[in-house]
Design a protein around this ligand. Sequence first.
Ligand SMILES: [Zn+2]
Length: 82
Amino acid sequence: MERRDVIEMDVENPIVSGEGLPEDPLSEKPVFLCDLCRQEIFEGDTYIHYSGDIFCSTHHLGEHLIKQGLAEERVASNRLVH
Ligand SMILES: [Zn+2]
């Protein structure tokens, strides 16, 4: 007698729609704008402050530093350059 164990998984996932989130763009004013991408930074958001400039993420601070020549983006290579 052959017996098959069928593991039934509930494939339906009701938590996909994202409904029910309180979203009212008029009720919240951005505190800052990212100096690189102009993304709005709202109260309670984390942001990066670097010598008077505001950035939405460390990534954008990094891009800013590269643009300003304060940091360099290099390609890693095993070949030594003299
Ligand atoms: Zn940004």
